[in-house]
Design a protein around this ligand. Sequence first.
Ligand code: SAH
Length: 329
Amino acid sequence: MDLVALKEALAQREQPAFRLGQVWAWAARGAGGYAEMTDLPRALREELEHAVPFWRLEVERESRARDGTLKLLMRTADERPIEAVLMRFGDGRRSICLSSQSGCPLTCRFCATGSMRFGRNLSVSEMLEQALALRQRSGGGALSNAVFMGMGEPMLNLENVLEVCRRLPDLGITHRRIAVSTVGWIPGIEQLAQSDMPVRLALSLHAPDEALRTELMPVNERFPLADVLAACRDFYARRHRRVFVEYVMLAGVNDRYEQALQLARILDHEAFTVNLIPYNPTDGAFQGSSRGAIDAFRGALEAQGVRATVRLTRGREIDAACGQLAVSA
Ligand code: SAH
């Protein structure tokens, strides 16, 4: 649903200011279209149906994994592909993973999205609609968490991302249960630290030293590891919210014992929690670390006093897991 167009259409029809909020409230509660919005005049509902179609993204494909993960492949009105994912966890959490861009301009070597063509930033409405479409298909269960960990770099589209965060509580997702993930785009980290939105920050780190990080993530040349960590420490100092460090485990590349020690040395133990991510296969040249290697790495971090967890892998067989979102276009 295009909230900007809707606002204009309502103004043109000299509707009272509260109409926009009414429509949004219905949408946020899971309505499938204007027809259900019984407190709107019938004639208006019919007009809106034509003037501002309720669904603006076309759902091209729905894939479900055995673990209950749902991936939607959607298209914008100008034919850009986007993917959005719903994950269900054993403890009842329902977490949505949203795309902030179609494709991604960054070229992290291990990530499938980085190898597809970059499209453009997504609008506020295009991001909200991903959430609405997933909510509709969540089997009635309320959503609890949202992560901007789908396609794209949220910090390159931060104003829109923050606008989306402002509205997610209407879908039951509180600000503290939202995480914005970044490759380490420092201006974005600073802007987030200064914003009024108490969302969490996640940093894709993946290497404990500058040389390896540059190899894996060319963006490190522009924003070196040391500066990125300093920006994250500032974020923590200002917000008192721990930063999640994401670290994808690549066999023989970044999973050695000495690298765990090095990681423990560069991280301020108060400010960071490490989340080790099992590598999800893409066409890339990497092999994931074994379960044993991941556990040993975590053990080494913990022995140094670093909080570390291993991320549950969801939706791998439908290519819905971290780093697997890519559409050949
Ligand atoms: N651009 C932002 C948001 C995307 S988040 C960022 O990079 O943080 C997607 C997460 O999945 C990132 O932490 C990314 O590094 C990780 N990832 C990418 N490819 C992966 C793969 N093949 N296996 C596991 N995780 C991967």
